[in-house]
Write a protein that binds this ligand. Structure first.
Ligand code: NAD
Length: 336
C-alpha cells in the first residue's frame, strides 16, 4: 500500500524504512515532516493509508478530508488513540489500527528514571558539579525501600512498573477498574482511589486518556494526597489539570512532579524551539520550579520500542491490505 507517514523525524524514517525493507518492501512510504491537521491532510493524496503519531489531529475535519482522498486505514504508531474521533472514523468507514504493546518496559523504566532523578535531585546535582559546586544542601532524598507507591492504571506499563518497584521493596497500591492478576501476584494491593491518594508517597499515572480520566488529577484530588507527594505522569498530559498542579506546587503540597507528557504538548514537543520565545505561560511556569522535571514525550523512545512500533505498524497495514482488517484495530463497539 502507499502510506502517507506524518510527523516524521529522521529516526522515524530510519526505523520504518528498515522494517519495510526487512519485510520485502511491501509498502511505499511517503514521509512528511508536517504534523497531520486540516491544512496538511491534503498531503495524503494518492495514498490508501495514513500513518500518524500522538499529536496528529484526527478529528472529524481531517478524517473527512482523508476519506475524500480514498484513505481507508489510519495506522497509529502509538498505543494511545485519544487523538482520534472514533465516531467520525466509524461513520466514514475508516479503520483505525494502533500498536498496543511495543515495549511497556521502555515507559515503565522512564517513569522510574523520573522518580529517582527527582528523589535524589540528580538534575540539580548534575548542574552543580559542572560548576564545581559540591554542596549537598537541598539534595536530601529518601529511601525508596518501604515507600508506598500508588499506581493508577495497571495495564501493561503499570504492571511492568510494579515489577520494577517490587525490586526496590516498595509497598504497592493500585487503582484500576479491572484488577490485573499479575499485579495481585506481585503483591499489589488494589484500593479505592481516595485511599491510594491518602496513603501514597509517590503516585504514578498509567491509565489512558478518556473522558473519565481527563483532569482526573485536579484540585480536589491534590487535596486528598499527602503533603509532599511525588507525582509522575508518563500517560497523557490531560490526565492532570495543569493549572491545579501549578497551584499545588506553589503551596508546596506537591513535593515533586515528573512529567513526560503535557496537556498542550502538541505545540511544543518533538521540535527544537530553542531559538523561539516560549508562548505557553503555564508550561513556562512549570519550568521555574526546582522540583519539576519534564521530558518531551520520550518515555517510549528506546531502540527496542522503535523497532517494535515500526514492525507492528507495517504489519497492521499488510494485514489490512490482505484481509481488510488490521491486527490491532480500535473499534468503538469495544469501547462502548
Ligand atoms: P493498557 O491498556 O495496557 O493499560 C491501561 C490500564 O488503565 C488498563 O488496565 C485500564 O483498565 C486502566 N484504566 C482505564 N481507565 C482507568 C481509570 N479511570 N482509572 C484507572 N485505571 C484505568 O495501556 P498501557 O500500554 O499500559 O499504556 C497506558 C497509557 O500510557 C497509554 O494509554 C498511553 O496514553 C500512555 N503511553 C505513553 C507513552 C509515552 O511515551 N509517554 C508510551 C506508551 C503509552
Amino acid at each position: 500500500m502507499d502510506i502517507a507517514v506524518f510527523s516524521t523525524k529522521p529516526y522515524d524514517r530510519e526505523f520504518l524504512t528498515q522494517a519495510n525493507v526487512a519485510a520485502g518492501s511491501p509498502h511505499t512510504l511517503v514521509f512528511h515532516e508536517a504534523a497531520l491537521h486540516p491544512q496538511s491532510a491534503i498531503l495524503a493524496t494518492g495514498c490508501q493509508a495514513v500513518c500518524a503519531f500522538v499529536n496528529d489531529e484526527l478529528n472529524d475535519l481531517v478524517l473527512e478530508s482523508l476519506h475524500r482522498q480514498g484513505v481507508h486505514l489510519i495506522a497509529l504508531r502509538s498505543a494511545g488513540f485519544n487523538n482520534v474521533d472514533l465516531t467520525a472514523a466509524n461513520r466514514l468507514g475508516i479503520h483505525i489500527a494502533r500498536v498496543p504493546n511495543y515495549s511497556p518496559a521502555a515507559v515503565a523504566e522512564h517513569s522510574v528514571a523520573l522518580m529517582l532523578t527527582l528523589n535524589r535531585h540528580i538534575h540539580r546535582a548534575y548542574l552543580r558539579v559542572r560548576e564545581a559546586n559540591f554542596s549537598l544542601e537541598g539534595l536530601l532524598g529518601f529511601d525508596m525501600q518501604q515507600r508506598t507507591v500508588g499506581i493508577i492504571g495497571t495495564g501493561k506499563i503499570g504492571t511492568h512498573l510494579a515489577r520494577i518497584l517490587r525490586g526496590f521493596d516498595c509497598k504497592l497500591l493500585a487503582f484500576d477498574p479491572i484488577q490485573n492478576p499479575v499485579c495481585l501476584e506481585l503483591g499489589v494491593q488494589y484500593v479505592p482511589l481516595d485511599t491510594l491518594y491518602a496513603q501514597s508517597q509517590i503516585i504514578s499515572l498509567h491509565c489512558p486518556l478518556t473522558p473519565e480520566t481527563r483532569h482526573m488529577i485536579n484540585a480536589a484530588a491534590f487535596e486528598k494526597m499527602q503533603p509532599g507527594v511525588m507525582l509522575i505522569n508518563t500517560s497523557r498530559g490531560a490526565v492532570i489539570d495543569t493549572h491545579a498542579a501549578v497551584a499545588a506546587l506553589k503551596t508546596g503540597h506537591i513535593g515533586a512532579l515528573g512529567l513526560d507528557v503535557y496537556e498542550e504538548e502538541g505545540d511544543l514537543f518533538f521540535e527544537n524551539l530553542s531559538e523561539h520565545v516560549l508562548q505557553d505561560d503555564v508550561f513556562a511556569r512549570l519550568l521555574t520550579f526546582p522540583n519539576v522535571l519534564i521530558t518531551g514525550h520520550q518515555a517510549f523512545f528506546t531502540r527496542e520500542a522503535m523497532l517494535a512500533i515500526s514492525r507492528t505498524t507495517l504489519d497492521n497495514v499488510s494485514q489490512f491490505a490482505a484481509t481488510g482488517k488490521a491486527h490491532y484495530e480500535v473499534s468503538i463497539e469495544k469501547l462502548a
